[in-house]
Design a protein around this ligand. Structure first.
Ligand SMILES: [Zn+2]
Length: 197
């Protein structure tokens, strides 16, 4: 039997994505064994993130500054915007380092099963940005899953009415794959071979 404190920590850890009860127990046990070193460092890092990281009101990225470092970087191309499902996909694109435009994080994708509608996503924010007239190309970098493609088609149907070029990542991405799990080379290939819709 664990103490209430340990039990609570295991339960909280088990709620994290990709972790189950067994992994949570192993992580908590590791932290207890490294109580003098890893645990204080983790506490400090969590506190730092809680205190300083905010969501960029323009693109939805996370950063220490209100307008994120990508949106405020004047050397980046402000005529193209890459639409991604999640910040993890933005990070994946940035790891490749090939794309130098802007991003827009939807915060999810449409899903009939999970009841996710356009109102639940940061879609109006995207069209508000597009209405300012500076953006000439929208790159839809959404997952090659059924929901990802439904989301892409929904956006495309609305984008068609605007004088904007719409491209999508090229095929070659395995069916069911998410950007965050893809190797850098695959993302790089898909981005270079993007095609107009
Ligand atoms: Zn931003």
């Amino acid at each position: 039997m664990q103490s209430t404190e340990i039990d609570k920590l295991i339960k909280l850890t088990a709620k994290l994505p990709a972790l189950g009860a067994r992994s949570a127990r192993r992580i908590v046990l590791h932290l207890l064994k490294k109580k003098e070193t890893d645990l204080p460092a983790l506490i400090a890092a969590l506190q730092d993130v809680a205190d300083h990281i905010q969501k960029c009101p323009i693109c939805g990225n996370f950063d220490t500054q209100e307008i994120c470092s990508i949106c405020s970087d004047l050397s980046r191309d402000n005529e193209s915007v890459c639409v991604v499902q999640d910040v993890a996909d933005l990070w994946a694109m940035e790891r490749v380092g090939l794309y130098k435009g802007q991003y827009h994080v939807l915060g999810g994708i449409l899903s009939a099963l999970d009841g996710v509608t356009p109102d639940d996503l940061n879609i109006e924010g995207l069209f508000k940005r597009l209405s300012q007239g500076q953006i000439k190309e929208v790159i839809l970098a959404l997952p090659a899953t059924i929901d990802g493609q439904i989301t892409a088609h929904y956006l495309l149907s609305r984008l068609k009415t605007l004088p904007i070029k719409v491209t999508t990542l090229a095929q070659g991405i395995p069916l069911g794959a998410e950007l965050d799990y893809m190797d850098d080379g695959t993302i790089q290939m898909a981005l270079s071979a993007r095609k107009e819709l």
